[in-house]
Write a protein of this length. Structure first.
Ligand SMILES: C[S@@+](CC[C@H](N)C(=O)[O-])C[C@H]1O[C@@H](n2cnc3c(N)ncnc32)[C@H](O)[C@@H]1O
Ligand code: SF4
Ligand code: SF4
Ligand code: SF4
Length: 348
C-alpha cells in the first residue's frame, strides 16, 4: 500500500465541511495549481521549512550539509534562497540547527494513530454535526490508504467523513469510497479544458466524468470553485460554471465559492520555492456577486462564499455578499470575514 506522509492533523477546523472537524492533510498531489495554498502538500516527499525569524546565522547547517551548499560560491545559508537544486533531502542541516530554524515537513503516521487522534474529538463532532475530513494534497493519490482510513472512521468509529478532492483519479479508486464517505467536496478549478491541462496539468474531462458518476451513484457532493485572478474570474468563466453545474442543481448539495487568497505566500518562501502569484491581491468577495447570481439563476440549492462554517451549513442566510456580519462560532468567538469566508449567501 502506498502510504502518504502526513503534514498535519488539524483539529477544530471550521471550513472543511459541516460542523467542527479534524482535517487530515496528506502530502502529495498529481496536479500543480500555481496558486495552491498548501504548497507543502504537493511534493509527496519530505522537505524542510526554513524559518528566517529563528535563524541566528550561526552557519552550522552549512557545515553539516554534504551536498556542496557550503561551497564558497554559496555565500549564504541555503534556507534563505529559493534555489534548493543541490539539496538531496538528507536533512542533516535540520539536525544541525539548534535554533529550530529548520523543520522537516511531513511524517509517516500509522492509520491507527490518525484514527485515534481524530476520534478524540468525537464529542465536538456530535455536538456540532462535524466529523473528519481527509484533504491534502490529494487523498486519491493514495487510494488504498484513503479507503482504509475512511473505512475505519466510518464503519468502525461511526463518524461523519468528508473528503476534499480534485477527483483527478481513476474511477475504480473512487467507487469503493462511496460506502465510507458521507460528503465529497470536489474542486473544479476552471471550466476550460485547455487551461486545465496546461496550467494545472490534468484532464478536466476525467474530473467531470468522475463528478457525474458520483452524482449518478447518489453520493452527497458539494463543489468548490476557487476563483483565481487571470484563471477563471471572467464573466464567461462564471457563465460556463453556472451552465455546467445548473444541470445538476437538484443533485448537488451546494456550491462553495472560494475567492483567491494569498496567505500561503510565506510557506512558499519557507519551502524555498518561488510563488507565481507573488503580489497578486486577495480577491474581494464583492467581485463574485455575478457568479453568485449566475449560480442562483440555475437553481443551485446552496451557495456560500468561502465554504461551510460552524455548527451547521444553514448557519445564516445573508441576503447579499455585501452584508457581511461578524458571526459567532462554536466557542462564541466572533468570526470576522473580510472576504465573506463561510457566509451562506443563498439557500433554497
Ligand atoms: C489545497 S486543496 C486540497 C484538496 C484537493 N487537492 C483539491 O484541490 O480540492 C483544498 C482547497 O483549497 C482551495 N485552494 C487552494 N489554493 C487556494 C487559494 N490560493 N485561494 C483559495 N482557495 C484555494 C482549493 O481550490 C481546494 O478547494
Ligand atoms: S543552523 Fe539554523 S540558526 Fe544556524 S544558520 Fe543554519 S538555519 Fe540558521
Ligand atoms: S537537506 Fe539539503 S540543504 Fe540540508 S543538509 Fe541535506 S542536502 Fe544540504
Ligand atoms: S489539486 Fe489541490 S492540493 Fe493539488 S495543487 Fe491543486 S489545490 Fe493544491
Amino acid at each position: 500500500m502506498l502510504t502518504p506522509l502526513i503534514t498535519e492533523i488539524q483539529r477544530f477546523c471550521l471550513h472543511d465541511g459541516p460542523g467542527i472537524r479534524t482535517t487530515i492533510f496528506v502530502k502529495g498531489c498529481p496536479l500543480h495549481c500555481p496558486w495552491c495554498h498548501n504548497p507543502e502538500n504537493i511534493n509527496p516527499k519530505q522537505e524542510f521549512y526554513y524559518h528566517a525569524s529563528k535563524c541566528s546565522n550561526c552557519g552550522q547547517c552549512l557545515t553539516a550539509c554534504p551536498s556542496g551548499v557550503d561551497n564558497p560560491e554559496h555565500d549564504d545559508c541555503i534556507g534563505k534562497t529559493t534555489d534548493r537544486s543541490h539539496c538531496t533531502s538528507c536533512f542533516q542541516c535540520v539536525s544541525a540547527c539548534r535554533f529550530g530554524a529548520r523543520e522537516t515537513v511531513g511524517k509517516f503516521i500509522s492509520i491507527e494513530s490518525i484514527v485515534q487522534e481524530a476520534v478524540s474529538d468525537r464529542i465536538f463532532y456530535q455536538h456540532s454535526g462535524g466529523g473528519v475530513t481527509v484533504s491534502g494534497g490529494e487523498p486519491l493519490m493514495y487510494p488504498e490508504f484513503t479507503r482504509d482510513l475512511t473505512y475505519r472512521l466510518k464503519v468502525k468509529e461511526n463518524v461523519h467523513v468528508a473528503i476534499e478532492t480534485s477527483l483527478f483519479a481513476e474511477w475504480h479508486n473512487i467507487e469503493p469510497l462511496l460506502k465510507y464517505v458521507d460528503l465529497f467536496i470536489v474542486d473544479i478549478k476552471t471550466p476550460d479544458p485547455q487551461k486545465h491541462q496546461h496550467v494545472i496539468g490534468g484532464s478536466l474531462h476525467k474530473i467531470l466524468s468522475n463528478l457525474e458518476r458520483l452524482l449518478e451513484a447518489r453520493a452527497t457532493v458539494r463543489t468548490h470553485l476557487p476563483i483565481i485572478p487571470g484563471i477563471n474570474d471572467t464573466s464567461q468563466d462564471f457563465e460556463a460554471y453556472a451552465e455546467y453545474l445548473g444541470q445538476f442543481a437538484n443533485q448537488l448539495s451546494g456550491v462553495d465559492i472560494l475567492p483567491y487568497h494569498s496567505y500561503a505566500t510565506g510557506k512558499y518562501v519557507q519551502l524555498g520555492r518561488s510563488y507565481q502569484y507573488l503580489g497578486v491581491p486577495d480577491l474581494p468577495a464583492q467581485q463574485l456577486t455575478p457568479l453568485v447570481n449566475a449560480l442562483r439563476q440555475q437553481g443551485i440549492r446552496e451557495i456560500t462564499l468561502g465554504g461551510m462554517v460552524g455548527s451547521s451549513p444553514a448557519v445564516e442566510n445573508v441576503a447579499g455578499t455585501r452584508s457581511l456580519k461578524p458571526r459567532r462560532d462554536y466557542f462564541s468567538r466572533p468570526v470576522y470575514s473580510p472576504q465573506g469566508r463561510g457566509v451562506v449567501v443563498t439557500q433554497r
